[in-house]
Design a protein around this ligand. Structure first.
Ligand code: SF4
Length: 474
């Protein structure tokens, strides 16, 4: 079957990309690569990957394109499901014999609810869905395909589970799909040089963070990796395909979960002379950081989450405040930039713990930060704990973004309302960035590079506009 892998049109600027860790509109226009769709697309000859939001493809243009295909695989998520169903219904209505599949974390953990969300969905993929998509595209009967749920005679049938992929080197590279179907200039993330390009070198994370989406839904808790040589070969290929790319990002849940391998990859990347960045926990030793830096590492994306030790314990972060302090100092000494991420509204947040987190962030004083609201996705331990304790602020437990795609506060606690948590995000940003140190840091980078100057002005404008829209929506 001729297959279209589709990230459908959504709220304006909505990063529901099959790769974003929480799906929402960001403070500044940002898009992650739809790597989770690009991977099966690489397995299916003559398929196409269409990522609508970053390419500003509207519903009409999407429908016109979909007519040429007889199998459409949509990547869905908890906040975008309703909208994705509408797009799927329009596709089926213009060409009724189109087979429609839904994949993604939401479909993986709630296959029945996903199938029931719309009668036009023919199948949903559970767990890792790369080979599930491939086998459906080959025309195999749905009843014979592992890891798939579908309808038969009005009933929902669940086929046996599919094993997680054991040898990650078996997967074809995604960069050729990017080259064929995406415009890399459409992808931007505030803290990465642009244009950037992201890909995975492995899946899964051994850490147990209760809020984290991918390891608990699709990737699992074992870090399964591609060989260092395979990664280096794809990077060399990508470097040739995209000479304009200024930074590569390894979007593995935790690239540093296997330190010997992280060092080996860094060693093989060094001769390529590429600039790269990755996700990391705040517990990597100095020697490994140094070797990664020598191999071209520029930035680490680090989830600090909270400045309160009790919250870190409750969410099973597995990194202490002290470890994170030492790690941050080591990165600073080595000249590695950090973008730190924090979450407000984790259990059990209070006014005091919010204040502690803001102060902790200012003490760490990393280059840039991101402040998100706790997003209790179905399938995560956070969702279950919140349900058992009655912490959901609304009846609809899937309402984690507002009608315009801006993240909403889904949880609240005794003594701390959802509104107070929501409001604290802006206060956090203001307290952090309206200080001499971050302002001077940012201005220095602006004065050193004209393009960065223009970019930061644009992002500053977008940021303040977003904050006022956010306030108005609240
Ligand atoms: S360390 Fe990061 S990727 Fe791993 S479970 Fe925790 S939040 Fe998720």
């Amino acid at each position: 079957m001729k297959t279209l892998f589709l990230n459908p049109p959504s709220f304006e600027g909505f990063d529901g990309g099959a790769g974003s860790r929480y799906q929402a509109r960001r403070e500044i226009r940002s898009f992650w690569y739809p790597t989770w769709l690009a991977q099966p697309a690489a397995l299916v000859p003559e398929s196409k990957l269409m990522d609508c939001p970053p390419h500003d493809i509207d519903v009409q243009a999407c429908l016109a394109e979909a007519k040429a295909f007889d199998h459409v695989v949509l990547h869905t998520s908890t906040p975008s499901l309703k909208n994705d169903c509408k797009v799927a219904e329009a596709i089926k209505s213009q060409k009724p014999n189109t087979t429609i599949g839904f994949v993604g974390a939401h479909a993986a953990v709630l296959p029945v609810e996903t199938l029931k969300a719309s009668p036009v969905i023919d199948w949903v993929g559970r767990k890792e869905f790369d080979y599930t998509c491939k086998e459906v595209s080959e025309g195999r009967p749905l009843s014979e395909i592992k890891g798939l749920s579908y309808r038969q005679d009005g009933k929902i049938v669940h086929n046996p589970e599919r094993d997680l992929i054991a040898n990650m080197d078996d997967l074809p590279w995604v960069v050729d799909v990017y080259k064929r179907d995406l415009q890399v200039e459409k992808y931007s993330i505030g803290y990465l040089k642009e244009p950037y390009l992201s890909l995975y070198t492995g899946r899964g994370c051994p850490a147990q963070c209760t809020f984290c989406l991918w390891p608990q839904t699709i990737g699992g808790h074992k870090y399964r990796v591609r060989s260092a040589q395979n990664v280096a070969n794809e990077m060399a290929h990508a470097h040739k395909l995209f000479p304009q790319v200024k930074e590569f990002f390894f979007d593995d849940d935790t690239f540093t979960a296997n330190l010997p391998r992280a060092r080996e990859v860094a060693k093989l990347l060094k001769p390529l002379g590429v600039t790269w960045s990755c996700n990391s926990r705040a517990n990597v030793n100095f020697e490994t950081l140094k070797q990664m830096k020598d191999g071209g590492l520029r930035l680490l994306l680090v989830g600090y989450e909270s400045g309160n030790a009790e919250i870190l314990k409750r969410i099973k972060k597995g990194v202490t405040l002290e470890e994170a302090r030492l790690f941050t100092k080591n990165c600073r000494d080595l000249g590695i930039t950090i973008h730190g991420t924090f979450i407000l509204g984790l259990p059990v947040e209070t006014k005091e713990t919010i204040e502690e987190t803001i102060r902790y962030a200012m003490e760490l004083d990393v280059f840039s930060i991101q402040v998100s609201l706790a997003a209790p996705y179905p399938g995560t331990e956070l969702y279950e704990v919140a349900r058992q304790n009655g912490w959901f602020a609304k009846q609809d437990k899937t309402a984690i973004v507002q009608s315009d795609g801006i993240q909403d506060s889904a949880l609240e606690y005794p003594g701390l309302s959802k509104e107070e948590i929501f409001e604290a995000v802006e206060r956090f940003y203001r307290r952090y960035y309206f200080r001499a140190k971050p302002i001077l840091r940012i201005m220095k980078t602006m004065l050193m590079d004209k393009d960065v100057f223009v970019r930061r002005l644009r992002e500053g404008y977008e940021f303040f506009r977003f904050m006022s829209q956010r306030k108005a929506a609240a």
